[in-house]
Design a protein around this ligand. Structure first.
Ligand code: 5GP
Ligand code: ZN
Length: 107
């Protein structure tokens, strides 16, 4: 999806540094952090939201990716958030998991 900002980020269009990466996922810092650490973990393939993904294997890997990203960042305590749909506060329609730690203000 060419007009999707997260597709552009994972494709390397902006040379965004990834704090964690596998062949399926990339994690990068949120541009407007709501905590001392605020990372977004996204699948490299475009899924608009959690409602649009049926691949249980990929979903399992996504959650494992949260744990491994947190480990890589040295986080022992952190919050994960997935906003699904506009009414729940989703603003970017490419599935992503927020990983937040330290002085969390909420997303
Ligand atoms: P949502 O509200 O969709 O769950 O969260 C979208 C998140 O993406 C927000 O926390 C917002 O700050 C972040 N965001 C929006 N545009 C960009 C961007 O261009 N780069 C990065 N790194 N984060 C973005
Ligand atoms: Zn996308």
């Amino acid at each position: 999806m060419t007009d999707c900002i997260f597709c552009k980020i994972v494709s390397g269009a902006f040379n965004t540094p990834f704090v964690y990466e596998t062949e399926d996922f990339a994690a990068f810092n949120d541009i407007n952090p709501k905590a001392d650490t605020h990372v977004l973990l996204v699948p490299k393939n475009h899924y608009e939201s959690l409602n649009d993904i049926d691949d249980e294997n990929l979903l399992g890997k996504l959650l494992m990716g949260v744990k491994l990203t947190a480990q890589k960042l040295g986080l022992k305590s952190y919050k994960t958030v997935i906003n699904t749909g506009k009414d729940a506060g989703q603003e970017v329609f490419h599935l992503h998991i927020h990983i937040l730690a330290g002085n969390i203000k909420g997303v």
